[in-house]
Design a protein. Structure first.
Length: 456
């Protein structure tokens, strides 16, 4: 029996879509599924919708009403209390503004029949509404079906939406009622330290709503001061302390879970709101808090994070309290970036970005582009060139205002990255390159017919 726990708080606009996605499963609803709607003192019409469904499906849908707002953690915990009757049952969480794919429960049933000893498994996530497409963490499902956290430390699990739990894992599962952000990641990973394995159910899809009005808890949490102080203690450091208690040390998997999540404070898209929330006077103390977390993360774990080089350098710089940049060495026609002898990236793997054809006076008919890769900021004497059949054309520098900032400080300035270039009419394809002080590095190839219709 699948038991679906849905916390409900002021979601009348979305709730029916969520519940209907469970009722409409390809696995017959009446014989296989129970839904627990935990109404957390909604002030809109959410409770009326809950009661309508309970009346229509009295044997399969159950409603509990809180007399005052308790928060999502307590709502989920109460749902667990209502749902846990039999160890053979499988509990799965659904947020009231999200939905299940019609075959999700069927795929989960097949998975647990194949792997009866696995007590926790998760689904692929796809965005819908204001944003569509797969979640970046879906790459995990291409590699394997079972993750052993002692071996696969770069396979983090954060979400409870679409997470299936049964057996021993279900007995241990609880949410921290003092947290309203990351409480799911903390609960999941505390249990994983005991289970040590979790499943990846390929083609079982959980649809995660990105709202147009950005009113979800994740969106609003960026504008809460707790996100920048209390959370670092209650989230990251609490998980690390628990890991030390269970394992005697902070194992690489937990290090990665923390560091990979912490990187979002350094991402370019989040800098504007962070600088609004953290004043210049508060910034040194905030960095110290981040440093106290990162001191428990090994350099090898930081280097294993799949993210941009300025973010990796930023994490290392925070950890050691001084500016750290990757070493670079020109060899075999390439610029190789490394840290403590461990290769991180190569310039030859980066791409020149084409912006369009110029029609401004003096540049008519020329192609405009930019080489603003995160691994390298062009120097004054560097230049981009194009090459075809032994013929080379040098570009002309063109203004570029792009730069990358982290916590108000420039970490990349691309003022030399913009260019225009006159591509010969008879070229059908050509390859980009960059001239450096130490030598040339060849980059990506461009087919001229693919860019002829571009406009500036």
């Amino acid at each position: 029996m699948f038991k679906v726990i849905i916390p409900v708080y002021n979601v009348e606009k979305y709730l029916k879509e969520a519940v209907d996605s469970v009722i409409a499963q390809s696995l017959p609803f009446s014989d296989n599924v129970k839904i627990y709607l935990i109404n957390d003192k909604s002030t809109d019409g959410s409770l009326d919708i809950c009661n309508e469904y309970q009346k229509k499906y009295p044997d399969n849908i159950f409603v509990h009403v809180f007399e005052k707002n308790q928060g999502v953690a307590i709502a989920r915990n109460y749902g667990l209390k209502m749902a846990k009757k039999d160890e053979s049952d499988i509990v799965v969480f659904l947020d009231a503004d999200d939905k299940f794919d019609k075959d999700m429960l069927k795929k989960a049933k097949e998975f647990f029949e194949k792997y009866p000893d696995i007590d926790m498994a998760t689904t692929e996530r796809f965005f819908f509404d204001a944003q569509e497409g797969p979640h970046k963490a879906n790459w995990r499902f291409e590699d394997k079906e079972i993750v052993d956290i002692n071996e696969d430390f770069t396979y983090p699990q954060y979400f409870v939406g679409g997470l299936f739990i049964k057996g021993k894992a279900l007995k241990k599962f609880r949410f921290n009622k003092k947290m309203d952000f990351w409480e799911d990641a903390l609960a999941v990973n505390k249990v994983l330290l005991s289970c040590e394995k979790y499943g990846l159910i390929k083609d079982a899809i959980y649809y995660y709503r990105r709202r147009e009005d950005e009113t979800s808890l994740v969106d609003s949490s960026w504008r809460s001061k707790d996100r920048y102080n209390k959370f670092l203690r209650q989230g990251y450091k609490k998980l690390m302390r628990y890991c030390r208690l269970k394992k005697g040390k902070v194992i690489p998997y937990i290090q990665f879970v923390v560091a990979y999540h912490l990187r979002i404070y350094l991402l370019e898209n989040n800098q504007e709101v962070i600088m609004e929330m953290i004043s210049e006077e508060e910034m040194p103390k905030f960095k110290k808090r981040l440093q106290s977390v990162l001191k428990s993360v090994d350099d090898d774990v930081i280097l294993s994070i799949n993210t941009r080089m300025p973010v990796i350098e930023g994490l290392l710089s925070l950890k050691y309290g001084r500016k750290i940049t990757m070493d670079s060495e020109y060899k075999d026609g390439d610029l190789v970036f490394s840290y403590n002898g461990q290769e991180f990236d190569r310039l030859s793997e980066k791409t020149v970005r084409i912006l369009g054809w110029q029609d401004k006076e003096g540049y008519e008919g020329m192609l405009r582009g930019r080489f603003s890769t995160p691994v390298y900021a062009m120097k004054e004497d560097d230049y981009i060139f194009a090459e075809s059949n032994g013929q080379r054309v040098k570009s002309i520098r063109h203004g570029c205002k792009k730069r990358i900032k982290i916590f108000g400080k420039n970490v990349r300035n691309y003022k030399y990255a913009g260019f225009v270039i006159d591509i010969p009419e008879d070229w059908t394809s050509f390859r980009w390159g960059i001239h450096l002080e130490d030598g040339d590095v060849m980059l990506n190839e461009t087919i001229k017919s693919e860019i002829e219709d571009m406009e500036e």
